[in-house]
Design a binder for this molecule. Structure first.
Ligand code: HEC
Length: 398
């Protein structure tokens, strides 16, 4: 399976460009009043769209597209030149069709995929512990019978379906755009012969509830992948949580963007103060939630119930709401908000082995000897900065 964390910079730029151009076109059409809205966002008016996700899998086709675009650019310049200088007209008129014919164009079925009105929709609710927990409730009510408690497609009704429900712990959820998944849950799906396979839930679920469900599915899948492989093959962002901080202008995880965060679960007393990270404390259970923050802690999670259940879900400890047994655990999020490392011992001794979301270095981490002189946490922070996450979901860089 291809890694959804892409390395090649040219491919990233190409994917970004493909998305950006279509997104801008849609916004323009919407502003001009040429397209309406669908479920609260501008509706994609065509039955097809350019696909970034297929190019991610098929590098050869991505290269062909790049060459094709280059050729079109050159031809545009030549046409411009021919318009300016008469002498060039005939040669250009002869050469243009030849060049177009000889160019290795990408296959249409790779580049173009069926689109929905909501293909370019963005989640309308934030990635937060509250949303994920709300999603868990809808899942238990509407989806678990087919998709199973672990999202592996082994619910009690699964065997009666025309096709087997998918295992969410595979790359599927990351291959699809948010908007396409949204459409599949609301409108349902049909098989090759047009027979219904997955029922639609537009009648039972509101638009925000559908987004909450998709957040839940991603969190569930991340936990199951971690459980099975010990790593997050797809990057996971630290969910937003409500906080009470010693800095009074910060009230949620989002307010700390740009800083590495340490998410400490446990009694909070054993962690040492560390100015290199913002320390967010989630008491292991409600009873030892102190009024006074321990000295090493910058913020206390106030949405504790939702945060605990979300954490247990992300770590693959449990699939549906129960009272999770978290024990002592620490997680590190890099300054872009991606969860990168886990320390199960709950102690201060971090090492590179704690990384559970790995990427290749984009540049060699400079000053290896200086890094050696640092402690485990220092080395991890440097490593996270030197190997940033380039995460692609639904053919789009996040
Ligand atoms: C009656 C059984 C059933 C129920 C209930 C059900 N699903 Fe499905 N679901 C399926 C089947 C079968 C598929 C595979 C469909 C296919 O590939 O054609 C599927 C596929 C999916 C997919 C993959 C979509 C894709 O793009 O490939 C998602 C996401 C999904 N379901 C979410 C949900 C959610 C969320 C709920 C609850 C609101 C739900 N399902 C309820 C049977 C069910």
């Amino acid at each position: 399976m291809p890694d959804r964390i892409v390395q090649a910079p040219w491919l990233q730029h190409l994917l970004e460009a493909i998305y950006f151009v279509q997104w801008q076109l849609l916004q323009c059409l919407h502003r001009l009043g040429l397209v309406g809205t669908h479920d609260g966002q501008p509706a994609w008016p065509w039955r097809w769209r350019l696909s970034g996700e297929n190019l991610l899998i098929d590098l050869g086709q991505a290269r062909a597209l790049l060459i094709g675009l280059g050729v079109l650019g050159m031809l545009a310049l030549l046409l411009l030149a021919a318009w300016r200088w008469r002498r060039l007209r005939w040669p250009v008129a002869l050469a243009a069709p030849l060049v177009l014919w000889a160019t290795p164009w990408p296959a249409a079925h790779v580049l173009l995929v069926p689109a929905q009105a909501s293909s370019f929709h963005q989640p309308a609710v934030p990635w937060s512990d509250q949303a994920i927990q709300a999603g868990a409730q809808h899942y238990a009510q509407h989806c678990v019978q087919c998709h199973g408690v672990r999202g592996d497609g082994h619910g009690p009704l699964a065997a009666q379906q025309r096709v087997w429900p998918p295992n969410f712990a595979g790359p599927l959820l990351w291959q699809r755009s948010d908007g396409d998944l949204f459409a599949h849950v609301r409108q349902g799906m049909v098989g090759r012969q047009g027979q219904p396979t997955m029922p639609g839930f537009a009648q039972q679920l509101s638009v925000p509830q559908t987004w909450q469900l998709l957040h839940y599915l991603r969190a569930l899948a991340a936990g199951q992948v971690l459980r099975a492989t010990g790593e997050w093959a797809q990057a996971v962002a630290l969910p937003d949580m409500q906080l009470r901080c010693s800095a009074h202008n910060k009230t949620s995880v989002r307010d700390w963007q740009g800083q590495p965060l340490r998410w400490v679960v446990g009694t909070g007393q054993e962690v040492l103060p560390d100015p290199r990270v913002v320390t967010i404390w989630l008491p292991a259970d409600e009873h030892n939630a102190l009024q006074q923050l321990p000295p090493a802690v910058d913020c206390l999670v106030t949405s504790q119930q939702a945060a605990r259940q979300t954490l247990a879900l992300l770590l693959g400890q449990q699939a549906l709401s129960a009272t999770p047994e978290l024990g002592q655990v620490q997680l590190l999020a890099d300054r872009h908000g991606w969860l990168r490392a886990r320390n199960g011992a709950g102690g201060s001794a971090w090492s590179e082995d704690d990384l559970i979301c790995r990427t290749q270095p984009t540049a060699a981490p400079e000053g290896a000897s200086a890094a050696l002189a640092q402690d485990g946490l220092g080395r991890l922070l440097r490593l996270m900065d030197a190997t940033p996450v380039r995460f692609v979901k639904g053919g789009r860089l996040h």
